[in-house]
Design a protein around this ligand. Structure first.
Ligand SMILES: *Cc1c(COP(=O)(O)O)cnc(C)c1O
Length: 475
């Protein structure tokens, strides 16, 4: 399996060669040169496999440059009930992503049972093991530099903690995360994890990461890397739970299922799109956004209009507060018949800060083949949906999953089970849960009181040179 760039001007590469990098050298995103089809016989054989065995069967189709026995071992040590232990609602830990029945034909699929209680752990935990394996083989090392406002940074730290040849430098805005989020990140005792709290906003932290990464000499000399959401291995790992959700929601492979996906950077639902292209019987992919509705607008109108920072709202489902969706280019590549010249033209506009409009093109006429529908949810909808789910189904949902359920309920069809992907646990968003339900969210027992553990964090002014010095002294 070779990987090609959506912009068509980069050499095709093997999986391990794109694992540690981000964008292709031509600015595009990597995708497999074709999607491996899944036959009916394979689907039948896969129904009933454990999550780890299913992950091995699927990932083997995308990864052919790691010996099968090694890949199997990496997957087996990633997808265990010990790693994904934070189940609730009666889900079985051995299923890794168990379904919770809300109503006839309506489910949530728990993707947030990992160490940081958000779905990013599903892929990031595998990434940690893949990085360690490939770096060991190659005798290389990497220093991951990132900025976080919460979920991504903690998922990266919990995936990379204690890994050989990997250090993580994570910048966060001082005092802007919740006490729980701070405790999650800053209480990690591992010597390869470095937390830096920048006295500024998230954007200041992000700008420092960009400045350091744009210094090509520094980047090469100190082996600076990233684990952002465009990383292909993260998308690949996410394909697995769509298959698992399908098997858990159906009795036979003749049935179809719809998935509702709370979306921001389009990474999660991109994996659903690929599962569907491989032949998983997905009737529809229901995309849900919050007030930041750039993706909902596209799927309704054909116009993709990235927003400026000033047009991006801070919402109570903060992990979906995006102005442009970094993985969206992968879908558009497929929509335009995998013609890289069209993608280059469209993203030239995006990079100039302009919108593009596909509504009058032959590409738009192809949209129905891809099974997407979309909708959006506001703060008021979120509060209403959290109350509704609690009262009617007896479950406590987080704010992002509530956005997904709101749009799912608008798009149900008789006879087609609807699976709402649960992307985080309510414990991460205490303030909104209190507003909706007047009570504290449930928190997994082993995380009780983490706020009182000792914390390791260095506070620093938003100064690029100071951050560089900090890294140089520790690598
Ligand atoms: C990251 C995240 C999302 C958005 O996922 P994308 O892959 O960026 O679309 C939704 N919900 C939660 C809780 C997240 O952490």
């Amino acid at each position: 399996m070779r990987y090609i760039s959506t912009r068509g001007n980069a050499p095709a590469q093997a999986f391990c060669d794109i694992l540690l990098g981000g964008l292709a050298p031509d600015g595009g995103l990597y995708l497999p040169e074709s999607y491996p089809p899944v036959s009916r016989a394979e689907l039948d054989a896969w129904r009933g496999l454990s999550y780890a065995d299913l992950a091995f069967a699927i990932l083997s189709k995308f990864i052919d440059d790691i010996p099968a026995a090694d890949l199997q071992a990496l997957v087996a040590k990633t997808y265990t009930p010990e790693v994904y232990c934070h189940t609730r609602n009666g889900g079985k830990a051995a299923e890794i992503t168990p379904l919770t029945r809300l109503d006839d034909g309506l489910y949530t699929q728990e993707l947030s049972n990992g160490p940081t209680l958000a779905f990013k752990d599903m892929a990031m935990q595998l990434l940690g093991n893949l990085f360690e394996y490939v770096l060991d083989k190659r005798g290389e090392s990497i220093n991951i530099l990132g900025a976080t406002s919460g979920d991504t940074g903690s998922a990266a730290e919990y995936a990379m903690r204690g890994k050989h040849n990997v250090k993580v430098f994570m910048l966060s805005p001082e005092g802007k995360m919740s006490a729980f989020q701070r405790a999650q990140m800053y209480s990690l005792p591992d010597g390869n994890i470095f937390n830096v709290a920048v006295t500024g906003m998230f954007d200041d932290a992000q700008d420092i990461v960009k400045a350091v990464s744009n210094d090509a000499n520094f980047k090469a000399r100190y082996k600076i890397g990233a684990v952002n959401s465009i990383n292909w291995a993260r998308v690949a790992a996410q394909i697995v739970y769509y298959f698992q959700g399908y098997f858990l929601a159906t009795k036979s492979n003749d049935e179809e299922v719809a998935f509702a996906v709370p979306s921001g950077n389009f990474g999660n639902i991109c994996a659903g799109h690929i599962a569907r292209m491989m032949g998983l019987p997905i009737a529809r992919l229901v995309l849900a956004t919050n007030e930041n509705d750039v993706l909902d607008e596209f799927f309704r109108t054909g116009v993709y209009r990235p927003r400026t920072a000033a047009e991006t709202s801070v919402t109570s489902s903060p992990s979906m507060d995006i102005s442009k969706a970094s993985n969206f280019e992968r879908f558009v590549f497929d929509l335009v018949g995998r013609d890289p010249a069209v993608v280059r033209e469209l993203w030239a506009k995006v990079e100039r800060g302009e919108a593009f409009d596909l509504s009058a093109t032959p590409h738009w006429a192809k949209m129905p083949e891809f099974g997407f529908v979309s909708g959006k949810s506001s703060h008021a909808d979120r509060i209403k949906t959290i109350r509704y789910a609690h009262g009617r189904y007896g479950v406590m949902l987080d704010t992002h999953t509530a956005d997904g359920l709101k749009v799912a309920l608008e798009n149900r069809r008789p006879g087609v089970p609807m699976v709402v992907l649960e992307t985080a646990q309510p414990a991460k968003f205490e303030e909104t849960i209190r507003e909706a339900l007047g009570q504290e969210p449930v928190r997994p027992a082993d995380l009780a009181g983490i706020e009182s553990l000792p914390q390791r964090v260095v506070v620093m002014a938003p100064d690029v040179e100071a951050v560089k010095r900090f890294i140089v002294e520790r690598v």
